[in-house]
Write a protein that binds this ligand. Structure first.
Ligand SMILES: [Zn+2]
Length: 88
């Protein structure tokens, strides 16, 4: 049986690195979920902050002003090698 499926184009991401500096900084949040005062975002936790930034990278092509974006370039901070944003 032949399956007809529309093939979705993949998003090409440049600037991904294996082991950015910030990943070596441990999460310093309280492990008690009720301890809100000592958890991100009240607690200034670099690991949690940059994990959220990393998870915000799109994984599929997206449209901006009617134009399909299929390639992005990650923009990183110099100090922590964290994700500041992306260019397309
Ligand atoms: Zn944390």
């Amino acid at each position: 049986m032949k399956e007809k499926r529309k093939k979705e184009p993949a998003l090409e991401i440049t600037g991904l690195i294996d082991s950015p500096r910030w990943k070596h900084i441990r999460c310093c949040c309280s492990q008690d979920v009720r301890d809100v005062l000592h958890r991100y975002p009240i607690q200034n936790c670099i690991n949690c902050k940059f994990t959220i930034a990393e998870n915000s990278i799109p994984s599929k092509p997206f449209t901006v002003n009617g134009k399909l974006i299929t390639k992005i370039k990650i923009v990183r901070g110099k100090k922590y090698e964290d994700i500041i944003g992306w260019e397309f």
